[in-house]
Design a protein around this ligand. Structure first.
Ligand code: PHE
Length: 341
């Protein structure tokens, strides 16, 4: 065999040994490599060494030198593999998951108050500072409180069955008192005055019902804030001041409001109140000086006391405050909408 062939064979052994030891994943692979390359009887180094015997005498020193180098390389690769595996941490034992107090928690989705409820709370707060306390009344009403005592006689169009949710069970049958879902919170004016002597300074915030077709600005149920102030020297100027103060408190100092002459059976004179929004005047309520007929109906003396009342749409106020353009959003129960407030 020529020297060149011998060296080539030796190099192949060196390359393969480096590969085997370098990639050995466990002690068995290392041992198998040791037997294959370094084995005293069948090992490939041993075989190569035997091959040296057939070389020319003159070629032997060079061959022996190279053989020793390769042997050293293979020893080193074996040693490195043994050390690498010894340094490797023991196979990971299966562990039960441990509690790690440093991991950030999963945030709870905490609910929040509906925007209308939030608005109601804020309105109570504002009016509370103006000295108004909160009164309440039922949503199922009788005709006396919803109409009669409010100077709305039987033939008045506001009592039309098409404009009210009369309750079928009560019906119009003789002797049975007719009930309806209240169409306005003005009912509470009557309820409060019936059982409280003047002076009065109350608000009432709650639901009212009218058979309107739902669109961007109407809904068959909505909320009103009623206000009633009865005392001895009360004028329209007081009413306007209170509504102005209220509007600037809730909608901001720069809000424009205006009063338009109007008519309600239970106030005289009467106005409607508008705020300015996006280049338009939007009505947000009615108001006026309490009609003497109403004072009489609850047993007050119109010669002794006088007062004002107002009824404001809570949805409209909330819509303007938050830039909401469709009233139906409030009642869809879409958390993506509700979560914004
Ligand atoms: N009750 C009236 C309405 O629902 C509003 C109003 C209340 C007007 C009090 C005058 C006084 O439209």
């Amino acid at each position: 065999m020529a020297l060149a062939d011998f060296l080539k064979q030796l190099d192949e052994v060196a390359v393969q040994a480096a590969q085997v030891f370098g990639s050995a994943a466990d002690a068995e692979a290392v041992e198998a490599g040791r037997v294959e390359f370094m084995g005293a009887k069948q090992g490939r180094l041993k075989a190569a060494q035997k091959g040296m015997g057939v070389l020319d005498k003159a070629e032997r020193p060079a061959a022996g030198k190279r053989f020793n180098e390769v042997k050293e390389q293979i020893d080193a690769a074996f040693q490195a593999a043994v050390e690498r595996l010894a340094a490797k941490p023991p196979a990971v034992r299966k562990m039960t998951p441990q509690f790690d107090p440093t991991v950030p928690g999963t945030p709870l989705r905490i609910g929040r108050l509906h925007p209308i409820t939030q608005t109601i709370e804020e309105l109570k707060d504002i009016m509370g500072r103006l000295g108004f306390s909160v009164a309440d009344g039922p949503e199922i009403e009788d005709e006396r409180h919803n109409f009669e005592a409010l100077n709305i006689p039987r033939e008045h169009p506001a009592r039309d069955p098409l404009d009210n949710f009369y309750l079928a069970a009560a019906g119009h049958a003789s002797g049975v008192e007719t009930a309806l879902l209240r169409s306005q919170t003005s009912t509470v004016q009557i309820r409060v005055m019936e059982k409280t002597p003047p002076p009065i300074r109350i608000i009432c915030l709650g639901r009212v019902y009218r058979p309107d077709t739902a669109d961007a600005t109407h809904y068959p149920m909505f909320h009103q804030m009623e206000g009633l102030l009865i005392d001895t020297h009360v004028t329209m100027a007081d009413l306007k001041s209170v509504l102005r103060l209220f509007a600037t408190s809730y909608l901001g100092r720069d809000v424009h409001i205006r009063f338009r002459p109007s008519f309600f059976p239970f106030t005289e004179p009467s106005v409607e109140v508008d705020f300015h929004w996006d280049g338009q005047w939007i009505e947000f309520g009615g108001a006026g000086m309490v009609d003497p007929n109403v004072l009489n109906a609850v047993g007050y003396d119109p010669e002794q006391v006088i007062g004002f009342a107002f009824g404001l749409g809570i949805e409209r106020l909330c819509m303007r405050r938050h830039g909401i353009t469709d009233i139906r959003e409030f009642y869809k129960n879409d958390v993506r909408f509700l979560h914004q407030f």
